[in-house]
Design a binder for this molecule. Structure first.
Ligand SMILES: Cc1ncc(COP(=O)(O)O)c(C=O)c1O
Length: 366
């Protein structure tokens, strides 16, 4: 019997996807908007990356190196990893999507934590798999809860470390405990998009685990500390088996030439990375300290963003704060879709942008 319908029908799950809504980037007609809604790089990219990008203008008629050989070698040298076990992608987002489609499908479950990065749920649905969210404790991934939600059907566990939007992270020991508790046929994807910002001694981006475990992937991006979000460039490190799978399912030229050129120059400029890290660290501390003085709760963060928690309901709730900031040309991120209706997420911006944010918050809280 032909069970097909007579009209175009996407695979089950697709219509359950609510298209991803990013942070606002503009305010109708207003100049000088302060964009703190998308965890973009405060300092922007290295001037060397911008120059490499511009220089690539002469080669736009050439196909890029589909294997991203030079960039993989540079990343391998920088992180002391085998460049053969790296795959580059159109943002780490592409790699997260490809991994999900390659390892999960209808009838399978994809597990992540309740306030985890939204893309995991979207990727699971796009693959026809069932997204499963485990509860968190104090806005932090809870290893016991994650392991308790593993079933026969679980194919992938996603963990953002640090997590967006909470800013929390799991230390090395907890990461190991998660991996130890997972059967070998489940892929653990450690999404370390914000790894370069983390100063904590007990933090591990996941490379050590991915180095020795066949079922671990570490995903990284050039969108955050490297400031190349517009170019869409990410990479991941995994076992030969997983890399082989990714190389089969990715597009032959999935990363553009300008992105490869800029990425290579960005990797070579670690001074710029250090400068960005120091700027971020200074403002993470200052923002938390200044907010405490005005009675505004902040959640501890090791990323380039922070959650501000407002009193629920009433004149000083998160919605009122969002409107107040917007009226002053400051764009924060509403995190309702992350089940955090009392919070706003703000990225760490430039000095004058952070001063403007603090002035506005002081006025709001007064
Ligand atoms: C945790 C996390 N992972 C991945 C990404 C996606 O980064 P990319 O720009 O490389 O696709 C983001 C972007 O905000 C993120 O917050």
């Amino acid at each position: 019997m032909n069970t097909r319908t007579s009209h175009l029908t996407p695979r089950p799950g697709i219509m359950r996807i609510s298209p991803y809504v990013g942070g606002r980037s503009a305010l109708g007609g207003q100049q000088n908007v302060i964009r703190l809604a998308s965890n973009e790089a405060a300092l922007g990219p290295s001037p060397r990356a911008i120059a490499a990008y511009a220089a690539h203008g002469d080669s736009l008629h050439r196909y890029p190196d589909g294997g991203a050989g030079d960039l993989r070698a540079a990343l391998g040298a920088l992180h002391k990893l085998d460049g053969e076990r790296i795959v580059c992608g159109t943002g780490s987002d592409e790699l997260l999507q490809l991994l999900t489609k390659a390892y999960a499908g209808p009838g399978d479950e994809v597990l992540y934590s309740r306030h985890g990065f939204l893309v995991y749920q979207l990727a699971a649905l796009a693959a026809g798999a069932t997204p499963v969210a485990a509860p968190e404790t104090d806005l932090r991934a809870d290893i016991d809860a994650l392991l308790a939600h593993v079933t026969e059907k679980t194919r992938i566990v996603f963990l953002a470390n640090p997590n967006n939007p909470t800013g929390s992270y799991l230390p090395r020991g907890e990461l190991r405990r998660l991996w130890n508790g997972l059967p070998e046929n489940i892929l653990l994807v450690i999404d370390s998009a914000y790894a370069e910002f983390v100063m904590a001694d007990d933090y591990e981006a996941g490379a050590e685990l991915a180095e020795r475990a066949k079922n671990v992937v570490m995903a990284r991006t050039f969108s955050k500390i490297y400031g190349l979000a517009a170019l869409r460039l990410g990479w991941c490190y995994a076992s030969e088996e997983v890399i082989d799978v990714l190389n089969r399912v990715r597009g032959p030229f999935n990363v553009t030439g300008p992105a490869l050129a800029a990425g290579l120059a960005a990797v070579a400029d670690q001074e710029h990375v250090d400068k960005a890290r120091r700027h971020n660290d200074k403002w993470l501390r200052r923002l938390a300290g200044e907010c405490a003085k005005i009675g505004l709760e902040t959640l501890p963060s090791v990323g380039n963003f922070m959650l501000l928690r407002f009193a629920a309901g009433g004149a000083r709730d998160a919605k009122a704060a969002d409107a107040f900031l917007t009226a002053r040309g400051i764009l924060a991120r509403n995190v309702d879709s992350y089940h955090l209706p009392d919070c706003l997420r703000v990225s760490i911006g430039l000095d004058h942008e952070m001063d403007a944010l603090l002035d506005a918050l002081k006025e709001f809280m007064a």
